[in-house]
Each structure stands twice: as structure tokens, then as C-alpha cells.
Design a protein around this ligand. Structure first.
Ligand code: C2E
Ligand code: CA
Ligand code: CA
Ligand code: CA
Length: 274
């Protein structure tokens, strides 16, 4: 471009421009999505070593009127950039609590836990814990049933704030799980300093368990690390019997992945118990 600085070369990257336009369109759409009820949750089973259903992870879906189903990997980053993740995160929390409330009245479902993904910006809100508390009260939820999935990168930012919040949450009885474990920043000191209940082995390690010794060894190491700190360990992205058997034999506690069930409606999930 003509007016760009002397030493700057200004490229017009059509792919990048398309991306920017697309993100703009997404962020406009996201603003409306809540009002027009375009979000819904799917639930993916989490099972124990015996294969029994113990809980689920809630995963958000966006059904866009023109673009169809947009995957969260596409719109969550846009929601984070624009701040829309705050109302969307509230929506997820509320709907997760609604679901837990429904399960509470099923004799066979009342033990189920539900994990929700919490984004960094949402967790940083000063009233985050208050909101959780309010939601638990409103829907009369046993706090033990609600789990929050945080990622490692969220823990390194403002450690004192993070620890304060985590302590408050765990005092309430809410469980904290570290999502995508092994892929983030490698400071392990927070495992000692923070009330974490569960490590979630990232699916990239699980994927190659039976093909690549390094991945298998990494899974072994994460399970040992977790157990030596009295943490529960869950593997995500379990797609085959071989992967399940390997991890079960290594004493991994819980499992989630297509082998046990894809994310689905709550009704579909309950078919796994009844
Ligand atoms: P995540 O939290 O790591 O969620 C696991 C992702 O792996 C999900 O993708 C799930 O459908 C997929 N998955 C589960 N089992 C298997 C398997 O066996 N094989 C393979 N290949 N994939 C499997 P999904 O639903 O597309 O979500 C992608 C990401 O979007 C999530 O990754 C999470 O970071 C984010 N996300 C989803 N829902 C929410 C939400 O409500 N709030 C926030 N902040 N983020 C969310
Ligand atoms: Ca759980
Ligand atoms: Ca997750
Ligand atoms: Ca994950």
C-alpha cells in the first residue's frame, strides 16, 4: 500500500482478509445468537474403568441460521476476543445447572457430575465465584456435581487471584479439572499450590498411544504424576478399545471419547444408564 511506512511492506492477504471479514460476521452473529436461542449444549459421557457412566462434559453448539452448525473451536476464540464469552459463559453455566437439576430427580442420574469449560476471561471476572454460587442456589445443585475445566495457561496469569478463587470454589465443594493437561506451560508448582481435583490428559497423547512409545510414556507419566499428588486422572479422546485397555491397565481413573460416546443430547446420554 502506498501510504505504508517506508520500511514496511504491506501485504494484502486475501485469506487473512477473508478470515477477518468472517470473524466480523461471526461476532455480529454471536451478539444475536443468545437472543435468538441458537446455542445448545451437548453432553459427552465420562466413564470409569468398569465402563459405568459417572458424568459428562457439556460442550456448546451454535446453530447459525445461514451457516449451519459452527464448531466451538471456530466461535469461542471470537467470543473471547469480543468479550461475548462472558454472557455465553453465563448461558453455559445456567444451562448446565438446569441439566443437573433435572438429573437430580432421576434416581439413576442423580450421582452424575457435569463438567463445564471455563474460559480465561470468564474466570478473571471479579464476580465469577459469586455467579457460580448464585447459580448453584437457584437450581439447588449439589456443588460436588459441578466441575470446572480450566486450562493450564489460565493458572499462570494472576496466581494470587487464581488461588483465591480456587480456594473459594473448593470450599463450596466444586471440583476443578485441568483440561488439555500436558500441552500448556510447564510450571508444576501450581499443582502443589492449588486445590485441583483432576488432570485431563490431552487427546493428542491418547491418540497415538498404540503407535508411538513417546505418547504412551507421556500418558504413563501424567497418570503417575496425578496419582502421586492424589489427583484423579481422566483421559480424553479415547476412540478405540486398545486405547482404553492400555489406559485402564495403567490405572487411569476415568475415560471420555468417541469409543464410549460422542457428544449428544441429554436424553441420549441417559440411555447409557438405563
Ligand atoms: P475440549 O474442552 O478439549 O473438548 C473436547 C473436544 O474433543 C470436543 O470438541 C469433543 O467433541 C472432542 N472429542 C471428544 N471425544 C473425542 C474423540 O474420541 N476423538 C476426537 N477426535 N475428538 C473428541 P468440541 O465440542 O468441538 O469442542 C472444542 C473445544 O471448544 C473444546 O475443547 C473447548 O475448548 C471449547 N468449548 C466447547 N464448549 C465450550 C464451552 O461451553 N465454553 C468454552 N469456554 N469453551 C468450550
Ligand atoms: Ca468428573
Ligand atoms: Ca474440556
Ligand atoms: Ca480437552
Amino acid at each position: 500500500a502506498k501510504n505504508a511506512g517506508k520500511n514496511t511492506i504491506c501485504f494484502f492477504d486475501p485469506a487473512l482478509q477473508e478470515q477477518i471479514d468472517h470473524n466480523l460476521e461471526l461476532s455480529r452473529g454471536l451478539r444475536l445468537a443468545l437472543d435468538y436461542n441458537q446455542f445448545f449444549l451437548e453432553f459427552q459421557p465420562q466413564v470409569n474403568r468398569e465402563g459405568a457412566l459417572v458424568g459428562a462434559e457439556a460442550l456448546i453448539r451454535w446453530c447459525h441460521p445461514e451457516l449451519g452448525l459452527i464448531p466451538p473451536n471456530r466461535f469461542i476464540p471470537v467470543a473471547e476476543e469480543t468479550g461475548l464469552i462472558i454472557p455465553i459463559g453465563d448461558w453455559v453455566l445456567k444451562n448446565a445447572c438446569k441439566q443437573l437439576h433435572i438429573w437430580k430427580s432421576h434416581s439413576k442420574a442423580k450421582h452424575l457430575t457435569l463438567s463445564i469449560n471455563v474460559s480465561s476471561r470468564q474466570f478473571s471476572q471479579s464476580n465469577f465465584v459469586e455467579q457460580i454460587k448464585a447459580c448453584l442456589n437457584q437450581y439447588e445443585i449439589d456443588p460436588k456435581c459441578l466441575e470446572l475445566e480450566l486450562t493450564e495457561s489460565m493458572l499462570v496469569k494472576d496466581q494470587n487471584d487464581v488461588i483465591t478463587k480456587m480456594l473459594e470454589l473448593s470450599k463450596l465443594g466444586i471440583q476443578i479439572s485441568l483440561d488439555d493437561f500436558g500441552t500448556g506451560y510447564s510450571s508444576l508448582t501450581y499443582l502443589k499450590r492449588m486445590p485441583i481435583k483432576q488432570l485431563k490428559i490431552d487427546q493428542s497423547f491418547v491418540k497415538d498411544i498404540n503407535m508411538d512409545l513417546d505418547s504412551a510414556n507421556l500418558c504413563d507419566a501424567i497418570i503417575s504424576l496425578g496419582h502421586s499428588l492424589s489427583l484423579e486422572v481422566i483421559a480424553e479422546g479415547v476412540e478405540t478399545l486398545d486405547q482404553f485397555e492400555y489406559l485402564a491397565q495403567r490405572n487411569c481413573d476415568l475415560f471420555q471419547g468417541y469409543y464410549f460416546g460422542k457428544p449428544s443430547s441429554a436424553d441420549q446420554l441417559l440411555k447409557l444408564i438405563f
